[in-house]
Design a protein around this ligand. Sequence first.
Ligand code: AMP
Length: 397
Amino acid sequence: MNIIKDIEITGKRVLIRCDFNVPKDEFGNITDDRRIREALPTIRYCIDRDCKIILMSHYERPKPGVYEERFSLKPVAKRLHTLLKISKEIYMAEDVIGEDAKAKAATLEAGDILLLENLRYEAGETENDSDFAKALADFGDVYINDAFGACHRKHASIHAITQYFDKAHRAAGFLLAKEINFFSKMLDNPVRPFVAVVGGSKVSGKLQALLKLVDKVDKLIIGGGMAFTFLRALGIETGNSLVEEELIDEASAIMARAKELSVKLYLPVDVVAAQEFSENTTVKYLPVQEIPEGWMGLDIGPASIRLFREALNDAKSIIWNGPMGVYEMDRYAKGSLMMSNIIAQTHATTVVGGGDTADVVNRAGDIDEMTFVSTGGGASLKLLEGERLPGIEALES
Ligand code: AMP
């Protein structure tokens, strides 16, 4: 697969697919602009080569055909302008492939940037429609995909569009290349001991990833809601904690596989338990064997944190996906925040994947301490599952 520096772009119209799907608060303020910041190296590279730059991205899930303001990319254009520290205006199109976008694209000069409106305003985007992709492709002489977070989707700006650019005119941006590089290095050739830390709500969401990881790692640490299905498989009663009864056998099979391969598997030994899924309630710190009927584990407890710290002590490579508890509520966030601190303080190469996990690391103030924090949630999980991403395949094919 070509990277942007492998192809000739000087002075050309460069169409870049970014992932500007950033979180916003209820007032519309961008709360985490990492995805925009991570796109800067590719954009700056194009500015320095006198390109006319056309950027495109989706933002959340608007109803196709309805241009609702809250799904507009206008705040992204503003933040991008601030982050790029350029005096020139960033042009914002009022539509995606309509008259305004075309008119503004036609007047671009060397180094100018135009951002198209939210791709998902148009139905053709999620339908991977070839005509829509062609209309997008007409904006550029060269196509760059730098949207790792969207590469697991077969959408027009990611997939169908590649048919309109030959290999000399399409490439990965620096962010996409970096994401692939970190994940493949860690999964294909990790420095050992290699430890995977997996959390999150359910086993079902990460079953394929767990099955792949158990074959690759030296240690597997399981936390979050999914740990309770494993504890149940060991015959431990877990009260009202999140358990997927139908996956108890799968959990047993994963533990058996770990044993067969001499992979050390760690589960929480204690929890922060409550009677309701709420912050405003009494909590108890209990060994997992003592969760009373009617109580549920919502975070890992202090003994688990110490255990996991010990297990991570000698790690040389760590991959982390999924929070250790219901971190959205302060009361159940400590296990995840401590886990972030512990992983950040190791001397291992640390790769963090998953939107929630990146959020935890950000809140814990550990972003800069990690070797790499992925910008893609679903996409990074697919890589852990050993799947090829449609966006990457389309660039390569
Ligand atoms: P996932 O999307 O599968 O990575 O799961 C992330 C979600 O798991 C977060 O929203 C957490 O609140 C949730 N979660 C983590 N631990 C628990 C738990 N013990 N019980 C219920 N939900 C949990």
